[in-house]
Design a protein around this ligand. Sequence first.
Ligand code: ZN
Length: 146
Amino acid sequence: LESFIMFFNFFQERVENYSNVSIHLKNPENCSCQACGLHRHCKYSVHLSGKLYNTRTMETDDFMSHDKQVFTVGRICAERTRIYHKLKHFKFKLYQECCSIAKTEEVEDEQVKETVERIFSQSKDSGWIKENSSCDLRVKKHLVPI
Ligand SMILES: [Zn+2]
């Protein structure tokens, strides 16, 4: 029993450390499941990849970013891995999504700033350009997906 727990803890730690998981069907073989160590009809391979990150600050660790691990597991462990990974990395996935949205907004703000500066410099020369540029700004804002 002790070796079973140790084996499972090792696998659990791997699942916690990799932010991406994909589970594939493979040629079935009777071997010990690499998640629980029990002899099983193993027909799934668990591929773990992605960057390490700090679970508190959500900062990614670029060290070992191209590392990938593959485990051959049974049906029950494949299902457990899928659910466990989803729960364990839910916060990080959400954080990444927020970051990508924030980045989009940042770009949009930059464009707006540039356009505003352009309007200011052009408005000195001609009233018509000013009107045209502010119209351009409105169109641009709608074109940027949020
Ligand atoms: Zn197993």
